[in-house]
Design a protein around this ligand. Structure first.
Ligand SMILES: Cc1cc2nc3c(=O)[nH]c(=O)nc-3n(C[C@H](O)[C@H](O)[C@H](O)COP(=O)(O)OP(=O)(O)OC[C@H]3O[C@@H](n4cnc5c(N)ncnc54)[C@H](O)[C@@H]3O)c2cc1C
Length: 352
């Protein structure tokens, strides 16, 4: 019988984060059976340590050489259809399932909705944390509930979507980090209907693929082609995807920016009072696209991606990111907020 969990000491994290930083962790707990979580958390050796869940490490920046705590990694990865009646299916997915494998599984089972989120790295359990989004779709739209172990309550819980407080790259889980360990998610996925082509580049990509019909499978293929072309591959240059969130500002600020800077892209949000700006545009206009400081760089391929070109350290990457944010603040008066979790430091824009 498989043990519910295993514990390791002094663990190198190079292969546990997509920046490929050479940090280490005091402890790493690998959880094979989520029912074993209470026993794991009660281990005397762990009681005094800070705990953090680590999925595939595709949205974290270790800004410290050593995490003096215990990382918890969930391995359970089953997927099952819980309810198949009517035009939707309710699918329950264990936290340790690889996200992109899940996207393919849903397509293989005639379900749609997740095709625009194809090729996002990471585990399913991390998807609700920042409400992953891409190409006009956010996962929160399809999440029916999130199953967690609530460390504050010392009990398992099931949060229906309304309690998850999903927003743009945001959720209750992101705002209260490490309180809840996500063990599974429930997705309500349609069996038919139009695919989401609100992102203009998708139509163009389908046309370039020989005028393919916008079926869920073709949309997923188009998304994968665009992503492979646009985003640096973490296997080649360590990165965590977009490093900054697109800033949300008041409508008045957006109008004022448009009057001062020709061509500033401004997008509608769900509220009339707010507008979203393009962080990539702001960074590029501030002159940071392709800028390299040692092995830390802002990607030449995509202005929003901070990359490790070889042997950059977490603090070096963080220094560059802070300088970029300070420069954007100075030029446009707009604050940039990092998207990945920064472990061992806080983020404040700094010129030096
Ligand atoms: C090349 C590239 C492209 C990307 N593109 C996108 C994109 O298009 N859209 C997008 O939204 N993101 C994108 N990302 C970011 C990232 O892939 C997602 O945020 C993903 O969901 C992170 O999954 P992970 O398993 O790697 O989480 P990790 O990086 O390991 O963890 C991220 C955060 O979630 C927490 N966490 C992870 N699992 C759990 C759990 N089970 N319970 C509680 N907390 C947990 C961690 O503590 C941490 O705070 C991209 C990253 C890369 C490298």
């Amino acid at each position: 019988m498989t043990a519910a969990y295993s514990l390791a000491r002094d663990v190198p994290l190079h292969d546990w984060n997509t920046f490929h930083l050479d940090a280490r962790a005091e402890r790493l707990a690998t959880v094979h059976v989520t029912a074993g979580l209470p026993a794991l958390l009660a281990e005397p050796a762990l009681r005094a340590l800070p705990l953090m869940v680590l999925g595939a490490g595709s949205n974290v920046l270790f800004a410290t050489n050593r995490f003096e705590g215990c990382l918890i990694h969930l391995r359970c990865d089953s997927i099952r259809i819980v309810d198949d009646a009517g035009g939707h299916a309710l699918v329950q997915v264990d936290a340790g399932c690889e996200w992109d494998a899940l996207v393919d599984w849903t397509l293989d089972h005639g379900l749609q909705g997740l095709e625009n989120l194809a090729l996002i790295p990471g585990q399913a359990g991390a998807a609700p944390i920042q409400n992953i989004g891409a190409y006009g779709v956010e996962v929160g739209r399809f999440i029916a509930a999130v199953h967690v172990y609530d460390r504050q309550a010392g009990a398992f819980d099931r949060l229906p979507a309304a309690r998850c407080e999903f927003g743009y790259r945001d959720s209750v889980f992101k705002r209260e980090p490490d309180r809840r360990i996500v063990t599974a998610i429930e997705l309500l996925l349609p069996k038919a209907g139009a695919t989401n082509l609100s992102y203009a580049g998708l139509r163009e990509e389908l046309a370039a693929m020989g005028g393919l019909q916008p079926t869920p499978r073709n949309v997923a293929a188009a998304v994968r082609r665009i992503r492979r072309r646009k985003l640096p591959d973490p296997a080649v240059a360590g990165n965590a995807g977009s490093f900054f969130k697109n800033p949300v500002v008041t409508r008045a600020v957006a109008v004022e920016l448009q009057s001062r800077f020709a061509g500033v892209p401004v997008y509608l949000t769900s509220t009339e009072a707010e507008r979203k700006l393009s962080a990539a545009w702001l960074i590029e206009q501030a002159g940071w696209r392709g800028v390299r400081e040692g092995d830390a760089a802002m990607s030449a391929q995509h202005a929003l991606v901070l990359v490790n070109l070889g042997r950059a350290t977490g603090p070096q990457l963080l220094t560059l990111a802070r300088r970029v944010a300070a420069s954007v603040q100075e030029k446009f008066g707009v604050s940039l907020e990092p998207e990945p979790r920064i472990v061992g430091a806080t983020f404040q824009p700094r010129r030096a």
